[in-house]
Ligand binder design. Structure first.
Ligand SMILES: [Zn+2]
Ligand SMILES: [Zn+2]
Ligand SMILES: [Zn+2]
Ligand SMILES: [Zn+2]
Length: 349
């Protein structure tokens, strides 16, 4: 019995100890838990309000294409110009092949992979403000003149002579050494966002990596007012796609937004990033696209407001006709002429 009593006593003590420890743990938990719940709910409310106001103000994430991966390949359009592969230099017969609408590199189907690996596309961001021409060999526009000797370029067949994909200068291979190495972004520099002014963030997700536009700096150029082009590549019998392609050639590709992939709020986020400087906003599309974007401009209450120009595409162009901005489709788009008119104050198409 004595042994049993001792055993019982031990167990009681053990139970007491356990009970005590449970009591201690519970009592220790109660005060922090009591504080934790209101703190957690306050944090959640703060985060929710922050993101709600960010959303209300149109402060949205702008996803951008990673130009370090692949070129922005586009089907070759039928033209009187002969196209040559930038890798094997052979003539692309019957227009079968692709070209990069950002940098102008061209490839037949066998050379696309090699072109992605060997030839760098137009960089959208860089760390240094010393910027050199980005020369792309061959496939110069018809009637191109040499920036050094002023004679005609591409007088011989084949992949000859060079064009800078930023300033659009063209030059003979033999004249290349005589030109300044540094690129001044050419006649349209006041609407171009130079790569060193573009701040991006790399985000990793479980599927792939994203590039996000984080900030846009002012390059400090006089009268600098970046142009942002918005269109839907599927609208206007694919004219929207042609407009986007053409402007990617002349601008930093991040300035060109396809509404098939991005929202108007993402496009207008440029206004927020460039503020207090204003932006020029070119909307290419029909009435539906225009009213969609203009209602977003109104909703976001941007300050300063972007200077809006329209390039009518498709058939529903009543709004642009009423406002005197033009009414016909643009099957052939002369982008240099359009930009020239955009650079003039108070001009619309
Ligand atoms: Zn090839
Ligand atoms: Zn490219
Ligand atoms: Zn250049
Ligand atoms: Zn020359």
């Amino acid at each position: 019995m004595t042994g049993f009593s001792r055993f019982l006593r031990k167990e009681i003590i053990k139970v007491d100890e356990v009970d005590l420890s449970i009591m201690w743990t519970t009592s220790a938990l109660i005060p922090p838990f009591g504080v934790f719940v209101p703190v957690l709910s306050t944090v959640i409310i703060c985060f929710a309000s922050y993101y709600f106001f960010k959303w209300i103000n149109g402060d949205v994430i702008v996803h951008i294409r990673d130009a370090t991966k692949n070129h922005s390949w586009t089907s070759l359009r039928m033209s009187s110009k002969a196209w040559y592969c930038s890798i094997c230099e052979s003539l692309l017969l019957n227009g079968i092949g692709v070209y990069c609408d950002c940098c102008g590199v061209c490839a037949d189907t066998d050379c696309i992979k090699k072109a992605n690996k060997r030839l760098q596309c137009k960089v959208i961001t860089s760390k240094t403000d010393v910027f050199f021409h980005h020369w792309v060999k061959g496939n110069l526009p018809l009637g191109a003149l040499c920036a050094l000797c002023q004679d005609d370029c591409s007088m011989e067949p084949g992949l000859v002579d060079f064009q800078c994909c930023w300033c659009q200068r063209t030059v003979h291979t033999e004249c290349l050494k005589g030109l300044e190495k540094e690129c001044d972004f050419g006649p349209f520099r006041n609407i171009i966002v130079p790569p060193w002014c573009v701040q991006v963030a790399r985000m990793k997700s479980s599927i792939h990596r994203h590039l996000l536009l984080r900030g846009v700096q002012d390059p400090g150029w006089q009268n600098w007012c970046p142009l942002v082009v918005v269109a839907n590549r599927k609208s206007g019998n694919n004219d929207g796609g042609i407009v986007l392609s053409e402007f990617r050639k002349y601008l930093n590709p991040v300035q060109v937004l396809d509404l098939a992939e991005r929202t108007p709020a993402a496009a207008l986020q440029w206004s927020v990033l460039v503020a207090p400087k204003p932006i020029k906003l070119l909307i290419a599309g029909g009435d539906g696209t225009v009213s969609w974007i203009l209602s977003s401009v109104h909703k976001m209450d941007l300050d300063p407001q972007p200077a809006v120009s329209l390039l009518p595409l498709g058939t529903g162009n009543d709004l642009s006709r009423v406002l005197g901005w033009g009414k016909q489709n643009h099957s052939e788009i002369d982008v240099e002429k359009l930009i020239g008119r955009l650079l003039m104050p108070r001009q619309h198409f």
